[in-house]
Design a protein around this ligand. Structure first.
Ligand code: Q46
Ligand code: ZN
Ligand code: ZN
Length: 315
């Protein structure tokens, strides 16, 4: 197996590109894919200040390094979810990554800063943990980007993640979500721009990138993800990819090229008007935003009625 570029021994094959790469040219391949995603989808300008949401996992740490390598100004934001040992370890790895490279890392800790952890918050709000978690992440990432005057929030969603979410949304024809599945959500109504620069790289490639670049990341999945239906969709797509390399990319990229615009609604274009939360000032369609309702409910433990977290999800 020889590198497609230099003909030296290759360390990885990327079947959907019908290519093998040595370490140096694999790193270059990853950078080119990120550069191309940013360019093709107008994600960032060269002078954009970017806040990358880091979890200590392979994707977000690789993303941080790749954006820096492409010359962007990037700080990190870590959100402590209070999920036992998983959170302790992921925070330690994220802090070590930033310290070794003298990078700016902002840390928000749900327990220290807002008085609850994800398992307790989910119980109090009678929500699935991933629902309370997603809501908290969206709110706190948006708030940090506004407060820090960043031009965009970047997240480490890769090709496998996006293809699996797309698969689930198509399977259930969740057209509202399909309209929001582009890898760029423009800034609107006080919400910052959101970008996903890893959409042209598969999970296997971000893992290999971390190994080659000596990035120590948390290998374990969040314990709350057990039974998550996206894991099943990923397995189904992997089985298809195995017999038909390139199917995953064709499915996702074809959606972006030929279908996503059909599902974009007025709400996605930012033509709706929002008020602001009377508690925290965040843009909200209700008097109090869903995150402040969650904090209040978590701090008073379980109350008599089920909390209505009615804000629309962002994806
Ligand atoms: S961190 Fe949060 Fe994920 Fe854990 S609780 Fe669910 S959503 S699985 S990306
Ligand atoms: Zn090479
Ligand atoms: Zn609020």
């Amino acid at each position: 197996m020889k590198c497609r570029v230099c003909r030296e021994p290759a360390v990885i094959d990327v079947r959907r590109h019908n290519a093998n790469f040595c370490t140096d040219h694999f790193v270059e391949h990853c950078r080119r894919q990120v550069e191309r995603a940013i360019h093709d989808h107008d994600m960032l300008e060269p002078e954009s200040r970017v806040l990358v949401a880091v979890s200590g996992g392979k994707d977000s740490l690789a993303l941080w390094e790749l954006l820096l390598a492409l010359g962007h100004e990037v700080d990190g934001l870590y959100l402590g979810l209070g999920i036992g040992e998983y959170s302790d370890r992921s925070r330690a790895l994220t802090e070590a990554f930033a310290a070794e490279r003298a990078l700016t890392l902002r840390v928000i800790d749900l327990v220290e800063d807002h008085g609850f952890d994800i398992p307790a918050g989910a119980r109090a709000a009678k929500r699935a943990p991933c629902s309370a978690c997603g809501l908290s992440k969206r709110h706190l990432f948006d708030e940090a980007a506004r407060d820090g005057d960043y031009d965009a929030i970047a997240t480490g969603h890769n090709l496998d993640d996006e293809a699996a979410v797309l698969f689930g949304n198509v399977l259930h024809w969740q057209t509202e979500y399909l309209g929001r599945q582009a890898p760029v959500l423009p800034a609107r109504n006080g919400f910052p721009r959101k970008v996903k620069p890893l959409v042209r790289l598969a999970e296997r490639e971000t893992a290999a990138y971390c190994v080659i670049r000596g990035i120590d990341y948390i290998v374990d999945e969040c314990p709350m993800s057990a039974g998550n239906r996206h894991l099943g969709y990923k397995e189904a797509l992997n089985a298809i990819e195995e017999t038909s390399p390139g199917s995953k990319a064709a499915f996702y990229n074809g959606f972006l090229d030929r279908a996503v615009e059909r599902f974009v609604t007025e709400a996605d274009l930012g033509t709706d008007r929002l008020g602001s939360c009377d508690q925290c000032g965040a843009p909200s369609s209700n008097d109090r935003c869903a995150f402040c309702v969650l904090v209040e409910r978590a701090s008073t433990a379980s109350g008599p009625q089920v909390v209505a977290l009615t804000e629309k999800p962002m994806r």
